[in-house]
Design a protein around this ligand. Structure first.
Ligand code: GLC
Length: 449
């Protein structure tokens, strides 16, 4: 890339960031008590020299919407580190976010210091990130699977911040009303229950649907579709040893089954739904079941929710294939520091604090985000707000299914784009499941072999 384009790109990025900057969250350090706090939290930065970074201004790209728990964690870490932190909201869709990050890193801009990165991105972004291991006092406290996931060529390029797993949300009141004593354990059972509840509820509520999920052509569909195919014994797209396994009847059947939900138990618009679209329908009281991540739990139980107190979560259902199993996709976010930052020390301190135990606890209590530190699953305040954390601990600690991002590394984004594009075409009726698995296989062969 020539220099002029680079300069132009970085000007553009600065303009974009300025536009998305969230002035309400831009904060300055607390006046009092900030000088000796950088190392007092126990899990704030260990190598940080508070005196040298005190008052340094850094920019952090955080969630698309900063909710209660995240805001509390940010405020806490500003106080702990004595830094001035400008918070920028990143794009909501992971697919849009990686495009923005790549553009930004391509310009080697120093405008961003800290950024949250998806669990599938270490292999794609490692070359632009610093090694954060000197900032983490207690690496053994974290889920080791995620530490390994985030370690590239010996460097810890992201500190595990929160983990994620796809879950089935269901309406406890409606299951009872329609005579069911337990949530569905197979997709066929879910279809039956969703159909019956939808028929009944439509009498009073024409907007009611059985099941909402994420069908838009973006990273979220890769998560949903991987759950359908793994739960039906259809493999993991590209296996850990590099074998491209997608072309099989169980994966094809799983996609066809999901296509059958569109405009029957799921709204026709589900083929362009992302997480927040599904949550909108669900939380308004217009769906019996929803597939979503844990963040939707606290919001569903908030005072302004139509379904407060009437929801619960379980692992997603199994398929019918011979190797059918429960499958919940592993998601989650890490705190990373840009190699192009002019304040790597301050940025490292902030990243370590926000992904440290105290801040993770605030995030779990406020936003029902799953900690990456095992001991928080035994914390009474955390469990009081989120009883499902302990019930589903095995899913969250190692049981969830990873997308093939380690094996495909820096090619993962292309792998996922091929996959979600073809699966979305099955959902919209443009092709069959069998056509999709053949097409994905041949495109992956070209890309990976
Ligand atoms: C959630 C997950 C993330 C995933 C994304 C897809 O944010 O934590 O891993 O890529 O959803 O929409």
């Amino acid at each position: 890339m020539n220099r002029r384009i680079l300069v132009l790109l970085s000007v553009l990025m600065v303009a974009m960031l300025a536009l998305t900057a969230c002035p309400g969250s831009s904060s300055t350090p607390a006046d009092s008590g900030s000088s000796d706090t950088a190392s007092s939290g126990g899990d704030a930065a260990s190598s940080g020299d508070a005196a040298s970074t005190e008052g340094t201004k850094i920019t952090a790209v955080m969630g698309s919407t900063i909710r209660e728990g995240e805001q509390a964690a940010i405020d806490y870490c500003i106080e702990q580190t004595g830094l001035e932190v400008e918070v920028v909201n990143g794009p909501e869709s992971a697919t849009d976010r990686i495009a923005q990050y790549l553009q930004f890193f391509g310009a080697q801009s120093s405008d961003v210091d800290v950024l949250m990165i998806d669990v599938i991105w270490p292999g794609i972004l490692a070359e632009h990130l610093i090694d954060l291991s000197p900032y983490v006092d207690n690496p053994d406290d974290y889920f080791q699977r995620i530490i390994q996931n985030n370690t590239v060529d010996g460097a810890l390029v992201g500190i595990p911040w929160f983990t994620d797993a796809g879950l089935l949300y269901y309406r406890t009141d409606l299951l009872e009303k329609y005579g069911y004593d337990a949530p569905p354990t197979t997709w066929s059972e879910l279809q039956e229950m969703a159909t019956k509840i939808q028929e009944g509820e439509r009498a009073d509520n024409p907007d009611f649907w059985g099941f909402v999920w994420q069908g838009n052509a973006y990273e979220g569909l890769t998560c949903d579709a991987l759950e359908w195919q793994v739960s039906n014994g259809g493999g993991e797209i590209v296996e850990a040893d590099g074998t491209i396994s997608i072309n099989n009847e169980y994966a094809a059947a799983a996609f066809d089954q999901a296509a059958g939900w569109v405009d029957t138990i799921s709204p026709p618009g589900v083929v362009s739904y992302q997480e927040e679209d599904a949550r909108g329908v669900w939380q308004a009281g217009n769906a019996a079941f929803m597939r979503n991540w844990p963040y939707a739990y606290s919001l569903g139980n908030a005072d302004d929710s139509a379904i407060k107190g009437n929801l619960a979560v379980v692992p997603l259902p199994k398929g019918d294939g011979p190797d059918a199993r429960n499958a919940d996709t592993l998601g989650g976010w890490q705190m990373a520091v840009s190699k192009y930052s002019e304040h790597p020390e301050a940025a490292g301190q902030f990243a370590a604090c926000i992904a440290g135990k105290d801040a993770q606890k605030l995030l779990a209590i406020g936003d029902s985000k799953l900690p990456t530190i095992g001991s928080l699953y035994e914390d009474a305040e955390v469990l009081d707000k989120n009883p499902f954390f302990s019930q589903l601990f095995d899913v969250f600690n190692g049981g969830a299914v990873a997308r093939p991002s380690t094996v495909t590394s820096d090619k993962y984004n292309e792998v996922s784009t091929i996959y979600f594009t073809e699966v979305n075409k099955v959902l919209t009726g443009a092709q069959t499941g069998q056509q999709a698995v053949e097409s994905i296989e041949s495109q992956l062969q070209d890309l990976l072999q």
